[in-house]
Design a protein around this ligand. Structure first.
Ligand SMILES: Nc1ncnc2c1ncn2[C@@H]1O[C@H](COP(=O)(O)OP(=O)(O)OP(=O)(O)O)[C@@H](O)[C@H]1O
Length: 350
């Protein structure tokens, strides 16, 4: 069963192609839609809601055709828009009740569902205060509540973590996960941060320039990022410590590539090696190789692929076009066994 299906979906504006022959099948559960700013995420959501016609191709949401059954789709789907759209001078309760009524709930059910939903998103105490006085995090919760209040089968959440600090982001991601686990509602959530979707979603869809780069389960995706970045010093014995380490690691059977770019995207000095992690012993092999050669270990850190590279190259295979590591990953002066990709942070911005 699919909740969202698109086939050759395109959307062209006079000067830009926002979606380019996108074909997707999204199953029930929590799905992340990742792409850089301008990748076409919001455009896709508007087409899926039946609010904007596609230039070509077709799409169905919950089996309903977006071109002809937009009204029926919007009855069954909740939508959290990206941008601030809340009236400042009404309370969360008043606003969410209003949205519930707009979705067709009778007055008593609307009030009841509003109270439940606001409690679920953690806004119960403040529900009678005007929204204008809310923090960004509270406003995001109101937007989430209004998307959930009519008990939809699917919610489309457009950048729900925008503007939130790391703690607020974690809380929002937890809420989103519970939307599915507690209520069985399927979720399509967009973000330009890969890390946060990895933690929250069962499945990740990546689009770039309106085209599909890849659609795969989060497990597959995480697997594909299993490599580490290693940088060492030179020594009297090894004028080129990096080359010596590379040779030693390759002799030990590890796949090694030289980074072409630094974390900030500038051309690399050739001193950072990407080593494919095949299992726990990889970390020990690298540590032992560095120690055996008598080199100083400058950094050894979990590397995060940049998304475009992950999906354009053979996943899991470090290669000469390999991207820089996660720009915010912290250098780890000590050898650590860190087998999960680092999460969150703005460093995994697509
Ligand atoms: N109404 C419009 N008229 C012209 N161009 C548009 C329109 N809406 C979107 N676009 C363009 O289509 C492309 C995709 O925009 P879209 O808003 O879907 O991207 P996005 O992935 O949601 O990015 P963001 O996270 O920045 O919102 C962009 O180049 C944008 O400028």
């Amino acid at each position: 069963m699919t909740v969202i299906a698109t086939e050759g979906l395109s959307k062209r504006f006079p000067r830009v192609t926002a979606l380019d022959r996108l074909s997707l099948d999204i199953a029930p559960g929590v799905t992340g839609l990742v792409g850089a700013n301008g990748a076409g995420k919001s455009t896709l959501i508007k087409i899926l809601l039946g609010l904007s016609p596609a230039s070509e191709g077709k799409a169905a949401v919950l089996g309903l055709d977006v071109a002809t059954e937009g009204g029926a789709i919007r009855e069954r789907v909740g939508y959290m828009p990206e941008h601030d759209c809340l009236p400042p001078d009404v309370s969360a309760t008043e606003f969410v009740v209003h949205m519930a009524r707009m979705s067709g709930l009778p007055p008593s059910a609307a009030r009841e569902r509003t109270a439940d939903t606001l409690r679920h998103v953690g806004l119960y105490e403040e529900r009678y205060r005007p929204i204008g006085g809310y923090s960004t995090g509270m406003k995001q919760r109101v937007k989430l509540a209004q998307a959930l209040v009519h008990d939809p089968q699917l919610v489309l959440l457009d950048e729900p973590t925008n503007g939130l600090d790391p703690v607020g982001r974690d809380e929002m991601l937890g809420l989103i996960r519970r939307v599915h686990t507690d209520f069985g509602i399927s979720v399509l959530v967009t973000s330009h941060l890969l890390g946060e979707l990895e933690r929250t979603c069962d499945h990740v869809v990546v689009i770039d320039g309106g085209a599909l780069l890849r659609s795969s389960s989060t497990d597959d995706f995480t697997q594909a990022t299993a490599s580490i970045a290693v940088e060492v010093t030179d020594s009297d014995a090894y004028a080129d410590g990096t080359a010596a380490l590379r040779e030693t690691l390759e002799k030990a059977g590890l796949a090694v590539a030289t980074a072409e770019r630094e974390a900030d995207g500038s051309p690399a000095s050739g001193r950072v090696l990407f080593v494919e992690v095949t299992g726990d012993p990889t970390y020990d092999t690298v540590r032992d190789a560095v120690a055996g050669l008598g080199l100083g270990l400058v950094r050894m850190e979990q590397r995060r692929h940049r998304i475009a590279e992950v999906f354009r190259n053979d996943p899991g295979q470090p290669n000469e076009a390999a991207p820089p590591p996660d720009p915010t990953s912290q250098p780890q002066p000590q050898v650590q066994h860190q087998h999960q990709p680092q999460e969150g942070g703005s460093g995994d911005v697509v």
